[in-house]
Design a protein around this ligand. Structure first.
Ligand code: DGL
Length: 253
């Protein structure tokens, strides 16, 4: 029986996944870990992330979770097998679901991926998107920081997103995967700049698969852990996700 669900991201991006989970299964028991001391994951090497993954497994093992969602593309791309091996419980990453969803929904089968440097380099999406007519992966590491600081509009952000979208418009691609869980919070600017583009948030298809496996408890519960204290987090979480009243505990990993 799956009761306790762990959720991991390097920061607040994974809350796009938690938000979906709370919508689909509000009485689930969730343990969210923001490994913000180690952010950005996108700039770490594969080896560093796999080692970090092993340490994080100790935390989730102690918490006795029944299922883990890697609510982070970068750690999914580099260390999904590490979590599976160490924890011996079902582990869901966001990449397979996001890629398959994009393939199904794209009409002209020209698909772009926006992601961190590490996710792009890993080619983890490429293997699922081979069936597309055209595929292009663009690293946008700076977007993580806008989202993490709660900046979801403004000229600088617009400039940054416009630059990333340029080759996508040139190639007439109809679908863009937000291949980093921080990006969906920037939706407003993406929609403004590319209103005809279909954006894929991998959280949606992933949660679709996960939510039906969860056995709800009497009352829903979210335990929120961080590896670094960030006094701004409660304000930003409320502003971006409408989630309030979360008590944060700092842990050392
Ligand atoms: N949110 C993470 C992802 O989906 C990574 C952000 C980072 O720490 O670089 O890839």
């Amino acid at each position: 029986m799956i009761k306790k669900v762990g959720i991991l991201d390097s920061g607040l991006g994974g809350l796009t996944v938690l938000q979906e989970l709370l919508e689909k299964c509000p009485r689930g028991e969730y343990i969210y870990l923001a490994d913000n001391q180690y952010l950005p994951y996108g700039e770490k090497t594969t080896e560093e992330l796999r080692e970090r993954g092993k340490l994080i497994c100790r935390f989730f093992r102690e918490k006795k979770i029944d299922l883990l969602v890697l609510a982070c593309n970068t750690i999914t791309a580099t260390a999904l097998d590490v979590f599976e091996k160490e924890l011996q419980i079902p582990v869901y990453g966001v990449i397979e679901y996001g890629a398959k969803d994009a393939l199904t929904r794209s009409k002209n089968k020209k698909i772009a991926l926006l992601a961190t440097e590490r996710t792009v380099k890993s080619k983890a999406y490429d293997r699922y998107l081979k069936k597309s007519l055209e595929f292009m992966a663009i690293p946008c590491p700076e977007l993580v920081f806008y989202a993490e600081e709660g900046i979801i509009e403004g000229p600088e952000l617009e400039k940054s997103i416009a630059k990333s979208m340029e080759p996508i418009f040139q190639k007439n691609m109809d679908t863009v995967i937000w291949g980093c869980t921080h990006y969906p919070v920037l939706k407003k600017v993406f929609d403004q700049l590319g209103p005809k583009i279909q954006y894929i948030d991998p959280a949606k298809a992933t949660v679709e698969a996960v939510a039906r496996k969860i056995t709800p408890s009497d009352e829903g519960k979210v335990d929120f852990y961080t590896t670094k204290i960030d006094k701004e987090y409660p304000r930003i979480i409320h502003a971006l996700f409408g989630i309030s009243g979360i008590r944060m505990k700092k842990i050392k990993i």
